[in-house]
Design a protein around this ligand. Structure first.
Ligand code: PEP
Ligand code: CO
Length: 447
């Protein structure tokens, strides 16, 4: 079966928009395929090697960001805050786990969303569903919901602007491990977690000083913080247009992001997404849920990583606190039976979504913490290891998930609920989750 960037087009592609004007779509995709790539293959390979190290238990993946980015919120303050909270969280994890943390943002291209229904009906009026800012707009009007091919270009541009800003901040020393005070989010001063976080920052500063005294010149390397981008590779025309052949390595790469992933709703073995993903050389993720049977998962593993290349395949499981004990052991054993290795990551968000009595979509921090805790325990009990965590969170003080040190309740959700799609942890809830991981790993290390 030969593979081409467009070979997915002969398969069934779920969750794709229907464009009224094919010529306009082809025009936009044609432009997109000529524009420069957003990332380069050697960065992608560097990430794959780090993920291979995580697979061996030597590093830990933190993949985090918005459920859906929006074109309008491509703003410096928001991006800087998102980066800061990811950096802070990575510091907490580094301190607790005592291993390098791989920082991967759900950023710079997380614009296409899978939906449970193709249409939405309000007061007897039915329109196409909102599929993310790269496709259409969320307002409930026929104009806003019409898929617009130009949005593919707007999404690519915003992804480029986001990445450019993130790279500049990181290269400019913003992410210098010696100066975590630059990452201060202001509202941390009023947080019940402040003391614990400041102790971690002090400890890391002390160990860097110690490292400096010990190894002199090498300290420069310890400062470097890498940051990678990822998004759900859902909109296949967009992904195809940014897929390039690299003559040096004789391989195809998706150069719109470092690590695209296949969502839960589009992981069918005979589907277009699996066909597209099998041909690109990026490290890739696949979301895995309770409905996946053993044979399905096994075939995904062998189809997407036939050479069993280390770092190539990350399985991001998302069961919900209630189902993880039933489903995860089975899937660990199923993958083991293939003889292939994967990186196991827990997404404790998507299986724990619920609605309040008044119909607001939310998640409880206690369920998120519980699923994550169980994930660590179940992997350990089955001779496997949890090598990362996948979170939806924001650097802003939103009220979308309940619980946490401030005890947010259903009634508090109305205060600052902004997400268009899934509820995110706010900066404080995210740090609290990070501290839980750090604390548990200290306990686990005790004899
Ligand atoms: C997501 O990550 O936002 C998402 C839709 O997840 P899943 O595919 O696991 O439902
Ligand atoms: Co989501």
């Amino acid at each position: 079966m030969s593979w081409r960037p467009a070979s997915w087009q002969s398969r069934k592609a779920l969750q794709q928009p229907t464009y009224a004007d094919q010529a306009a779509l082809e025009g936009a995709v044609g432009q997109l395929s000529k524009l420069p790539p957003l990332v380069v293959s050697w960065e992608i390979e560097a990430l794959r090697e780090r993920l291979a190290a995580a697979q061996r238990g030597e590093q830990f993946l933190l993949q985090a960001g918005d459920c859906a980015e929006s074109l309008a919120e491509c703003e410096s303050d928001r991006i800087a805050k998102q980066l800061k909270v990811i950096l802070q969280l990575s510091l907490v994890l580094l301190h607790g786990l005592k291993k390098p943390v791989i920082r991967v943002g759900r950023m710079a291209g997380q614009y296409a969303k899978p939906r449970s229904a193709d249409t939405e009906t309000r007061d007897g009026v039915t329109l196409a569903c909102y599929r993310g800012d790269i496709v259409n707009r969320p307002e409930f009007t026929p104009e806003a919901r019409e898929p617009d091919p130009q949005l593919l270009l707007r999404g690519y541009e915003r992804a480029g602007l986001t990445l450019n800003f993130v790279r500049a901040l990181i290269d400019g020393g913003f992410a210098d491990l010696h100066h975590p005070e630059y990452w201060d989010l202001g509202f941390l001063h009023h947080s019940p977690l402040r003391v614990a976080y400041e102790r971690i920052v002090r400890d890391i500063g002390d160990s860097l000083d110690f490292f400096h005294a010990l190894s002199g010149s090498q300290v420069h390397e310890a400062r470097r913080v890498d940051f990678y981008a990822s998004h759900e590779g859902l909109h296949l025309m967009y992904e195809q247009a940014q897929t390039r052949f690299i003559p040096r390595s004789q391989r195809w790469y998706n150069l719109s992001t470092h690590m695209p992933w296949i969502g839960l709703r589009t992981a069918q073995l005979d589907g277009a997404h699996v066909e597209y993903f099998r041909g690109i050389s990026n490290p890739i993720g696949v979301k895995v849920g309770a409905a996946m049977d053993d044979a399905w998962l096994q075939e995904l593993v062998t189809t997407l990583n036939p050479q069993n290349q280390p770092g190539r395949l990350t399985l991001i499981h998302r069961f919900g606190a209630r189902d993880i004990e039933k489903s995860l052991p089975r899937l660990i054993n199923a993958v083991r039976a293939t003889g292939h290795s994967v990186l196991w990551v827990c997404d404790p968000m998507h299986g724990n979504t619920e609605s309040t009595k008044s119909g607001v979509k939310t998640r409880r921090l206690e369920n998120i913490q519980q699923e994550l805790e169980l994930a660590f325990q179940i992997h350990a009990a089955h001779g496997s290891a949890l090598g990362g965590v996948h979170l939806e969170m924001t650097g802003e003080d939103v009220t979308e998930c309940t619980g946490g040190a401030r005890g947010l309740s259903d009634a508090d959700l109305a205060r600052d609920y902004r997400t268009q799609v899934d509820p995110r942890l706010n900066y404080e809830q995210a740090l609290e989750l990070g501290m839980m991981i750090a604390e548990r790993s200290k306990k686990v290390r005790l004899p």
